[in-house]
Write a protein that binds this ligand. Structure first.
Ligand SMILES: C[S@@+](CC[C@H](N)C(=O)[O-])C[C@H]1O[C@@H](n2cnc3c(N)ncnc32)[C@H](O)[C@@H]1O
Length: 238
């Protein structure tokens, strides 16, 4: 269980205020390589729903979001309400999520898959996604490049200051975020993520029914570079 996001939810949209969800959602849509009008789209680890809401700007699709954190889902619900949009939000561990609906695109964004702390959970997530994916569709997600971890980059937004410390220990990345509001310490968040190598991902993919796998340098359709911060993985079901 990873509930660090319950505590973080209040600050998450400020923390990600520099993220270009519009560009990112266009990238995910382009990877899907099909018309998604009136189709079902699923976001695993949807967080505050910003990616789903950006996708909604591009297509009239039925949008579903799964997240383990009730508080993040509650922010997603508010964000949808303020934009007069409808999101179908489900509280569930993505490695256990299965349903009767079939999707034409499943994605997971912002290294949410790295919160799956062991291979069993990771493979379960891939297998479940396969089962609920329509034919000729993809499951795509980004992961942290194990060999190129971002440096600590503190930043502030209005009266809120984030102090970020990252520490890599073997296969894990520990991120501590201290949040100050009006210079007073307001929250202390600790995230733990599992770092997966390309070889490990390939081995896990071989245990699924997916028909093909591609690895792209994040936000491109080119191969991985040593310096890529993130790696985009595309799993295809024919
Ligand atoms: C870095 S945030 C990304 C949120 C969103 N995808 C975005 O792009 O802003 C990671 C999200 O994954 C969720 N999460 C972590 N482990 C999960 C799991 N096992 N099942 C479902 N959601 C999970 C967290 O609650 C959090 O909302």
């Amino acid at each position: 269980m990873n509930n660090s996001y319950d505590k973080f939810s209040e600050y998450y949209d400020i923390y990600t205020s520099f993220v270009d969800y519009e560009l990112w959602s266009k990238y995910i849509y382009a990877l899907a390589d099909k018309d998604l009008t009136n189709k079902n789209i699923l976001d695993l680890g949807c967080g505050s729903g910003e990616m789903l809401l950006s996708i909604d700007e591009m297509t009239n699709a039925n949008l579903y979001g799964v997240d383990i954190s009730e508080e993040m889902l509650s922010i997603a619900d508010q964000n949808a309400f303020f934009k007069n949009k409808k999101l179908n939000l489900i509280k569930c561990d993505m490695s256990k999520f299965i349903c009767d609906i079939k999707f034409d695109l499943i994605y997971s964004a912002c290294d949410s898959m790295n919160y799956l702390l062991n291979e069993e959970e990771f493979i379960d997530t891939l297998n479940n996604a396969y089962e609920i994916l329509n034919e000729n569709s993809i499951f795509t997600f980004d992961i942290i490049n194990k060999d190129h971890i971002e440096t600590n980059d503190d930043f502030s937004y209005e009266n809120i200051y984030f102090v970020i410390k990252r520490k890599k220990e073997e296969n894990y990345l520990y991120t501590d975020i201290k949040i100050y509001e009006d210079k007073k310490e307001a929250e202390n968040i600790s995230h733990k993520q599992r770092l997966y190598s390309i070889d490990e991902i390939k081995k896990m993919y071989n245990k699924t029914k997916f028909d093909d796998i591609l690895f792209y340098d994040f936000l491109t359709a080119k191969g991985i570079e040593k310096t890529s911060d993130k790696i985009q993985i595309i799993l295809k079901k024919y």
